[in-house]
Design a protein around this ligand. Structure first.
Ligand code: GTP
Ligand code: SPV
Ligand code: MN
Length: 586
């Protein structure tokens, strides 16, 4: 009797008609074979084996460099279940539209069957996915990003409990690109892109869009959050999870080199992008990182901003769309002050400054998590780590202070639901445009976000020790457009304030938006920062925040009656607090 997996593979092979089928076992030998094949056909170029051993460059199709949200769909029977936050087609329509593109799409190609496990090998929270793909780059990247092959097949056995994902490069034409999710049958179809979140189906497609749907049904949470442990001078580690939109600093916060290391504060990395969290018997929320690697933004990374990342990247790393130096090393904007002579740009052309950036702004590295010097001893703990704080944050040139703590769980959910951030190169479309991105999940929530907000509210009631909720902004600017906060390793100072809040020792002033640190309660010793800068970072302007409420109301209105009453209440409460504050300051 064939297994459910074998049946599905046969069915998709019948549709896509590959020349060969290869079942991946996830071994090092297999990874080497995949890499050698890609070196032969030019899919990969080797970097300098002395300085970057086992590191490779992949140049993607120049039209295929970021997630494409316009062609990403949630296909549910009822349109309302997908919500105004998703593109929608019925499952029948979705399949009708996309099936012809898959028909014969793997002719002349190898079909790789990639079984993978999301989550630590021994964890009850882990789940099996199987991606079928005609891209060797995707198969090799999945080997880094997930626990792939044997471990997943052993877990699956003859069961049908896996998330099937069908992926084909198709012809890479953006007009024939679709990223389709069928949450009711836990199925993913992706065609026409070989890029990251569009093509590595374990990541955003399964671990967020499908998993968020499963999580609500099953009583857990799947969030676009990093997970870190903050060690204090006594050696105690407090775990925090943070949701920032794409390219807004999750990897860097999770892997930071602490500026307060001499004082005994250190940051340990559990995950850099996704958290799966389950309520524990003690009333805490426990988080595992479903991934095994980091797919991180290269530009801006250097020895000063993040030495942990730099050290991780020097071996066994696949770089995508970075520049190539004359010494066969990777380069990107921000790696060094002056660009080296004689570079080849991300498209493979000789580079000169007038050609624009040498590396694509969304160029990335794919690296095993265990290579980070900051990796937590508990990063594969099957039980997960208990979360004491949730942090929301985005890119806001104005308005948002460096940090504040929410007044309550309900207010914290409101602060997450109203998160807004300037868009980045992680998705195609305009960059730098402010948009609402609730909980950094706008592109990733697999169902109606009104229901998602309701689920968050419900979760707070279930937990006897819900995480404290904070909001941060590393990106506030002064009137000359300069960042007010140095960011990166200095962000530990803000984490320390949160820790002190959790312990009940840090001072704060209550403002209409929440508890903001007093200047003295932040540990700023050894930091060159002016009093004006600190004031600029902590300022809460009642007038600006009142104006912000209009945007919030407009956004919430999209959800109609489905929006939880509690969030409407929070809008009213916020308006009242702001009104009192402006009257008082007159
Ligand atoms: P995704 O992988 O797309 O989800 O991104 P991410 O949230 O992990 O963002 P990442 O840490 O890769 O940072 C994105 C960009 O922001 C990089 O260019 C970083 O150098 C920059 N960045 C990160 N943290 C800070 C910070 O504290 N201050 C400033 N100014 N820039 C930062
Ligand atoms: C993001 O865009 O949030 C990423 C990169 O982490 S991707 O894998 O493309 O989703
Ligand atoms: Mn991300």
């Amino acid at each position: 009797m064939p297994t459910p997996l074998e049946n599905w593979v046969e069915e998709v092979a019948g549709l896509t008609r590959p020349d060969r089928i290869e079942w991946c076992d996830g071994s090092a030998a297999e990874q080497n074979r995949l890499i050698e094949g890609m070196l032969r056909d030019g899919t990969l170029l080797p970097f300098n084996p002395k300085t970057y051993p086992n590191c490779y460059l992949h140049r993607s199709d120049p039209r295929d460099v970021a997630r494409t949200e316009k062609v990403t769909f949630i296909c549910t029977r009822n349109k309302e279940d997908a919500g105004p936050n998703n593109n929608w087609l019925s499952p029948e329509e979705g399949k009708e539209q996309v099936r012809p593109l898959f028909s014969g799409s793997m002719k002349g190609r190898t079909m790789y069957v990639v079984p993978y496990l999301m989550g630590p090998a021994e964890s009850p929270f882990s789940r099996v996915g199987v991606e079928v793909t005609d891209s060797a780059y995707v198969a090799a990247s999945m080997n880094v990003m997930t626990r792939m092959g044997r471990v997943a097949l052993d877990r699956l056995g003859r069961s049908d409990d896996f998330v099937p994902g069908l992926h084909s490069l198709g012809d890479l034409d953006p007009e024939r690109r679709y990223i389709m999710h069928f949450p009711e049958e836990k199925l993913i179809w992706s065609i026409g892109s070989g890029y990251g979140g569009n093509a590595l189906l374990g990541k955003k497609c399964f671990a967020l869009r499908i998993a968020s749907w499963m999580a609500r049904q099953q009583g857990w949470m799947a969030e676009h959050m990093l997970i870190l442990g903050l060690e204090d001078p006594g050696g105690r580690v407090t775990y925090m999870a943070a949701a920032f939109p794409s390219a807004c600093g999750k990897t860097n916060l999770a892997m930071m080199v602490s500026a307060l290391e001499d004082e005994g504060y250190r940051v340990w990395t559990v995950g850099d992008d996704i958290a799966w969290m389950h309520p524990g018997p003690d009333g805490y929320l426990y988080a595992v990182n479903p991934e095994a690697g980091f797919f991180g933004v290269a530009p801006g990374t250097n020895e000063r901003t993040n030495a942990n990342v730099m050290s991780a990247l020097h071996q066994n790393t696949i770089f995508t769309n970075v520049a190539l130096t004359a010494h066969q090393e990777p380069w990107w904007e921000g790696l060094s002050d002056a660009p080296p002579e004689g570079m080849t740009d991300w498209k493979g052309n000789a580079w000169s400054p007038k050609n624009g950036p040498a590396a694509h702004p969304n160029s990335r590295y794919t690296v095993p998590a265990r290579q980070s010097p900051s990796i937590s001893p508990r990063w594969e703990d099957p039980a997960g780590v208990p979360i004491s704080a949730f942090i929301f944050g985005g890119r806001r040139a104005k308005l948002e202070p460096l940090v504040y703590e929410a007044l309550s769980w309900q207010h914290g959910v409101y602060s997450g639901a109203t998160l807004a951030s300037e868009t980045t190169a992680a998705a195609t479309g305009a960059v730098g445009v402010l948009r609402r991105d609730p909980m950094a999940m706008l592109p990733f929530c697999g169902y109606n976000m009104a229901d998602y907000f309701g689920y968050w509210l419900q979760m707070g009631k279930r937990l006897t020790h819900p995480p404290h909720i904070f909001h941060v902004n590393w990106f506030r600017r002064d009137d000359d457009g300069k960042f007010l906060w140095p960011g990166f390793g200095e962000n530990v100072r803000v984490l320390k304030w949160m820790l002190d809040r959790i312990d009940g020792t840090a001072e704060a002033q209550e403002t209409p938006i929440g508890f903001v640190p007093t200047a003295q309660s932040l540990t700023l010793d050894g930091l060159k920062i002016s009093r004006e800068q600190v004031e600029g970072l902590l300022r809460v302007d009642a007038g600006d925040w009142t104006a912000e409420l209009d945007g919030v109301k407009e956004f919430f209105a999209k959800f109609g009656d489905r929006l939880p009453r509690e969030l409407q209440e929070e809008v009213e409460q916020a308006a009242k607090r702001l009104h009192h504050a402006s009257v008082a300051s007159r």
